[in-house]
Design a protein around this ligand. Structure first.
Ligand code: IVH
Length: 670
């Protein structure tokens, strides 16, 4: 008869097995057993622990699910102070930082660049490889002890993996709520009619302070580790320590990079400015650290922050202020856009009084009410946007915002097309802001580039009843222009000369200038490449338009609609008579062969021997058709470098043939 194992031994064996499986799953993305089998092991361990509570280890993997209630968090002293980082928003200051560091050290320095994660700092203490304490930053020297809550975070090892670690060490990192979890949480809250969480950082911080660790476990927090502390420190460099802690089972974001110069640091910053939005966590900049620990020591720290590190922040900051009102603007295409009027607030160095709200859905999504305290953020775009509401500050008598049903400028009832977020004023020929905005678009630099005419002159010309559409501009006389306020004879002559010069503008710029909905400059170029003159465009059917690369159903419909309107046609005739160009100079490519007839192609990635446009022309000139989306009907995907993995996966899934650049060239040469 097999000997019955002692419960202590059973616990030890189960713990080791589960820890191993967890390490494989979370660090190496390997599932050695099925979920059911894993849950079975965990349940077995739980049962033994329930039977023999005195044998339960504080770092048992069963603690991941939480259940510990902490009434009030103990204060703990940090063995090494948790400093903050000095910040900069400018390249110049970053170069000054580098100059200071090099001056102090007297030689070139190696840096490590990391993402600046926008979460909550955490300190994790380990004794003999066991996780013994998790603490918040607090005031930097004392924080809250939140060990039970931290135990529920899978990215934090409860038992260090492998060996070679000091008896006592601390790892620090950033706890965060993954963006996806944040959005899901808010969706669930919305459905349940609960208050929404303002942003992922506040949500992570609030979660860590929950008294019931089971709630913490349910939130699926993540933690990226970014620093290591021990005395003596067994590593020479920060990079080595990152690699070691990763091997021990801590989660280290693989976004970090060693940089040999400030130029390399700047390249990293540029590279991540847009790439950071693909990460599962919010980031707001880059942390630059001197790599050598000895040099870090030499540089030292001020009372607040180390001299060996700096945070470069991307220009996006958030501030809270009051929503005073909503103004509705009517744009060139008749789209009605709400603009939030705010109590003035300082944001990233400028005073902000307005913010964009995009559309009616956004008002609903944010649940905006007049008088609310709102969060405004300034991202890459110039106009700040409202990102959330501080519901705790909502006045008791607040009223929902009622979206207007009629155009605020001309009173025409607004319409909203199926599936569209915007409401539109359909009175495009008679609604003053639409008329003026269309004229401003027509004269703008990317369109007809008419110098000397600006929004003020357009306003005057409109008021005097001299212009209502683009064609009217070409009927203006010297006397009419010279009689306008603040307009001298010289300016009037300049305007007439610019109007004359605009007749040389190529067809695609004229087409763009017409301001057809959804026809931006790229679409206008594509259209004029494939349909060489206005007659061809006017006569094109829905199918013919759709066959042009990057022209989708909505654009095709918008073009067809445009020509349905007799007033548009009349303006076009007048513009043509005035001498504007309505024919492409570079006509469609000559047909080379029919080799690709009947085949459809999607182009993705970048190519060695030609641009994407050249590749497209090549396909067309051999009788093929270029489409934009991958479907089971697609004949070929031409894959270049840096192609997105999602496209490749979809093509593989649907069994679409994938061609390399060389294979494609072979095909047309054959
Ligand atoms: S190192 C002495 N690395 O930024 C500074 N901090 O302002 C040690 N943070 O409290 C911190 N990402 O919460 C470091 N890759 C990163 C970071 C990072 C985010 C936060 C951290 C810290 C704050 C400092």
């Amino acid at each position: 008869m097999a000997a019955v194992k002692e419960p202590a031994q059973q616990i030890a064996e189960l713990t080791a097995r589960i820890n191993h499986l967890n390490y494989q799953y979370y660090q190496n993305s390997v599932s050695e057993v099925s979920d059911i089998e894993f849950d079975g092991l965990l349940k077995q361990l739980q049962e033994i622990e329930e039977q023999f509570p005195e044998l339960r280890q504080p770092n048992s993997p069963t603690q991941r699910v939480g259940g510990t209630i902490t009434k009030s968090f103990k204060t703990v002293h940090h063995k090494w102070p948790m400093l903050s980082l000095s910040n900069t928003y400018s390249e110049e200051e970053l170069r000054e930082f580098d100059a200071r560091v090099r001056k102090a050290i007297g030689e070139e320095v190696e840096y490590v660049c990391e993402q600046k994660f926008d979460g909550v700092a955490i300190s994790l203490t380990y004794e003999n490889g066991e996780f013994v304490q998790g603490a918040t930053r607090g005031d930097g020297s004392r924080g809250d002890e939140i060990t039970a809550n931290v135990r529920t975070i899978h990215d934090v090892p409860l038992q260090v993996h492998g060996e070679g670690f000091p008896d006592l060490f601390e790892v620090r990192g950033e706890v965060f709520l993954p963006l996806q979890v944040f959005e899901q949480l808010n969706a669930e809250r919305e459905e349940a009619g609960e208050q929404l969480l303002a942003n992922p950082r506040n949500a992570a911080s609030g979660t860590l302070k929950q008294q019931d660790s089971a709630i913490v476990a349910s939130r699926k927090l993540g933690c990226f580790s970014y620093s290591f502390h021990a005395s003596p420190n067994p590593f020479d460099t920060h990079a080595e320590s990152l690699q070691a802690v990763q091997a021990w089972g801590f989660k280290v974001s693989d976004t970090w990079r060693k940089c040999q110069s400030i130029e390399a640091v700047l390249a990293y910053i540029n590279e991540w400015e847009s790439k950071r939005f693909e990460l599962p966590i919010a980031t707001d900049g880059v942390v630059v650290k001197v790599n050598s620990f000895a040099l870090q020591e030499e540089l030292g720290a001020t009372a607040k922050s180390p001299r060996w590190a700096i945070a470069y922040k991307y220009a996006s900051m958030s501030a809270a202020t009051q929503l005073l009102g909503i103004k509705y603007q009517v744009g060139r295409t008749g789209a009605v856009t709400p603009v939030a009027l705010l109590a003035p607030v300082l944001l990233a160095g400028t005073v902000v009084k307005r913010a964009s709200v995009h559309n009616a859905n956004e008002i609903e999504r944010l649940d905006l009410r007049l008088g609310d305290t709102v969060f405004v953020e300034k991202g890459g775009e110039i106009i700040p946007k409202i990102t959330g509401v501080d519901f705790s500050k909502r006045p008791a008598d607040s009223q929902p915002i009622l979206y207007p049903t009629a155009c605020p400028a001309c009173g025409t009832p607004l319409i909203r097309a199926d599936g569209e977020a915007h409401f539109y004023c359909p009175n495009d020929e008679g609604c003053p802001p639409q008329i003026k905005a269309k004229l401003e678009h027509f004269i703008s630099r990317k369109a007809l580039n008419i110098d000397g005419l600006g929004p003020e002159t357009i306003e005057q010309l409109y008021k005097q009843g001299l212009v209502r559409n683009a064609a009217d501009l070409y009927d203006l006389t010297f006397e009419q222009l010279a009689s306008l306020e603040r307009m001298g004879e010289k300016s009037a002559t300049n305007i007439l000369n610019s109007l004359e010069k605009s007749k040389e503008a190529p067809y695609d710029r004229v087409l763009f200038g017409l301001g057809i909905r959804l026809v931006g400059s790229t679409v206008a170029k594509k259209l004029t490449e494939q349909l060489p003159d206005l007659e061809a465009l006017r006569g094109a059917t829905h199918e013919e338009l759709l066959a042009i690369h990057e022209i989708g159903g909505r654009i095709a419909m918008s073009i067809l609609d445009y020509f349905q309107n007799p007033e548009h046609v009349q303006v076009l005739e007048r513009l043509k008579a005035a001498g504007l160009k309505f024919r492409s100079e570079n006509t469609a490519p000559a047909m080379e062969s029919e080799k690709l007839a009947g085949s459809t192609f999607v182009i993705s990635g970048v190519f060695q021997s030609m641009s994407r446009d050249e590749l497209q022309q090549l396909i067309i000139s051999h009788g093929g058709k270029v489409v934009s989306s991958i479907s089971a009907k697609l004949s070929f995907l031409v894959a270049g470098d840096k192609m997105g993995p999602a496209k490749l996966e979809k093509a593989n899934k649907l069994g679409v043939r994938i061609l390399s650049e060389d294979e494609f060239l072979e095909m047309i040469r054959a």
